[in-house]
Design a protein around this ligand. Structure first.
Ligand SMILES: [Zn+2]
Length: 85
């Protein structure tokens, strides 16, 4: 695999939003913190498996991957282009 799936980037952003919302709501409703934990774990797994540079597997943050959807973006570590399809 030499590219990152657009769907995985979208899913990562969705999990990030859900994490933020459930965390704030969890201040008032403690049981929602379980949901916060699920979002966080899902995100970590997704990040480790799918949201890495396809060439050197270094970490890229979501902002950069979002940018890479519509722009040419090169990995900061290995210099190869990161393609988001
Ligand atoms: Zn790289």
């Amino acid at each position: 695999m030499d590219h990152i799936s657009r769907n995985h980037v979208n899913l990562g952003m969705l999990l990030g939003v859900l994490f933020g919302v459930s965390f704030v709501a969890g201040i008032y409703y403690k049981f929602l913190l379980i949901f916060t934990g699920i979002c966080l774990i899902s995100y970590i797994i997704l990040d480790k498996k799918k949201l890495r540079c396809p060439h050197c597997h270094s970490f890229e943050n979501l902002d950069r991957l979002h940018y890479a959807k519509n722009n040419i973006h090169h990995c900061r570590r290995c210099g190869n282009r990161i393609v988001v399809l």
